[in-house]
Design a protein around this ligand. Structure first.
Ligand code: AMP
Length: 405
């Protein structure tokens, strides 16, 4: 299947080419034809599958080929986080370079005025988080009378975050005759119920859960006791070649703060994102990491969902994730777009079991590595010597101590 076969407008095909997308991903190949045909779609697909372009492309096609009937917003994308609203707007802007449509991301935690100014100009597409969207609607700044397409992006996460009442309020303001697209990593019962309420004769698209990681990822497991994890992490950050842009995952928000602070004390530039940080703190942290001002981003899984940062050299699991899917997802933050990257896991004895489970799902044995000159308080069970043959990475030319991009 090629993008040319999907029936998308030639100007969009140019945008796709500029972005370097060669072939549609499975969720794109399966959902785009249905969306172009005007059907309601319920698609189960995680971040990383190309789901954003799967709804953005057909929306752009529709809006650029069917003339508007009324003034007002024609497509609304509702997402749980600022990062996701920005990601869909980024896709929209890049893919619509050759079609003239106006879109804007609307999210909370930032001043209202710039958003008000954009709304006054008149927008074709809005990508929004529920709360701030309702603030604007209730202040009379958005009228949905012209709405043609609604997308609920990461619907399962919106439910988890308690957005169902807001979503119901938004739904009550939309014209009943519209196209509904629901994208969700999982489809639990409450989403099925919501989908039945709002969709008409929906097509279900299921992309099988990912059980493989990209070929360019080099995995390594570093067995170490829990109390020595930070010490080992510092050694890796300081001595391993090419640690130019590193995401460190922790399982909890408290741990993210703790690890971040330890690294800062050791003189490493760190950005931290998790659910308890304000929108402004999160966007500052993410921008400083994205633009290379900080070498390290410490994040929890939830906060990191939807983040699209290219050129991540290393993913380090400070804590082993609690499911193989999370491991695949975390590791997938590096080696994007067919490049290479490393996924390291610091593994305490009680986390070994999960590593075995991850190995079973991805059908790959993860090499165990011990640092030769690290004083392990308790000798780890499995061993391969590291650093005698350093990993080759694309950042090697920066030298082992590289701190900044
Ligand atoms: P998403 O699942 O929407 O978060 O997308 C994950 C990443 O895949 C983003 O960086 C997209 O730019 C990229 N992407 C989306 N579609 C394609 C495609 N057809 N080919 C290559 N990369 C893609």
């Amino acid at each position: 299947m090629k993008f040319d076969d999907l029936g998308l407008h030639a100007d969009l095909l140019k945008g796709i080419k500029d972005l370097g997308f060669e072939t549609p991903t499975p969720v794109q190949a399966e959902s785009i034809p249905h969306i172009l045909a005007g059907r309601d779609v319920i698609a189960s697909a995680q971040t990383g599958t190309g789901k954003t372009a799967a709804f953005v492309l057909p929306i752009l096609h529709r809006l650029s080929t069917i003339p508007r009937r009324k003034l007002g917003v024609r497509a609304l994308i509702v997402s749980p986080t600022r990062e996701l609203t920005l990601q869909s707007m980024d896709h929209l802007k890049k893919l619509s370079r050759y079609v003239h449509l106006k879109g804007h991301a609307i999210f909370g935690g930032v001043p209202m005025d710039p958003q008000i100014a954009m709304l006054k100009q008149g927008l074709d597409i809005i990508s929004a988080t529920p709360g701030r969207l309702l603030d604007h609607v209730y202040s009379g700044r958005i009228d949905f009378g012209a709405l043609e397409v609604l997308v609920l992006d990461e619907a399962d996460r919106m439910m988890d975050m308690g957005f169902l009442p807001d979503i119901k309020r938004i739904l009550s303001l939309l014209p009943p005759k519209r196209q509904n697209l629901i994208f969700s990593a999982t489809i639990p019962a409450e989403i099925m119920t919501l989908a039945k309420e709002i969709c008409h004769d929906a097509v279900t698209v299921r992309v099988s859960p990912q059980t493989t990681t990209a070929a360019g990822i080099r995995h390594a497991v570093y067995p170490v006791s829990q109390p020595q994890k930070t010490e080992l992490l510092l050694r890796l950050l300081n001595e391993h070649p090419g640690m130019s842009s590193v995401i460190i995952f922790t399982r909890t928000k408290i741990k993210a703060d703790k690890v971040g602070r330890s690294l800062e004390r050791a003189g490493i530039k760190v950005a931290i994102i998790h659910g308890d940080r304000s929108q402004i703190q999160r966007s500052r942290a993410l921008d400083s990491f994205k633009y290379g001002k900080t070498q390290v981003l410490v994040a929890t899984d939830v906060a990191a969902r939807g983040i699209d940062v290219k050129d991540i050299s290393h993913v380090i699991n400070y804590d082993v994730p609690s499911t193989p899917e999370d491991y695949i997802h975390r590791a997938g933050r590096t080696a994007r777009a067919e490049t290479e990257g490393d996924a390291f896991s610091l593994v305490a004895p009680d986390e070994e079991e999960m590593i075995t489970e991850i190995e079973r799902v991805i059908n790959q044995r993860l090499p165990r590595v011990t640092l030769p000159d690290f004083t392990y308080e308790k000798r780890p069970a499995s061993h391969h010597r590291a650093h005698s043959r350093p990993h080759r990475t694309r950042h090697q030319s920066f030298g082992g101590q590289a701190r900044h991009r």
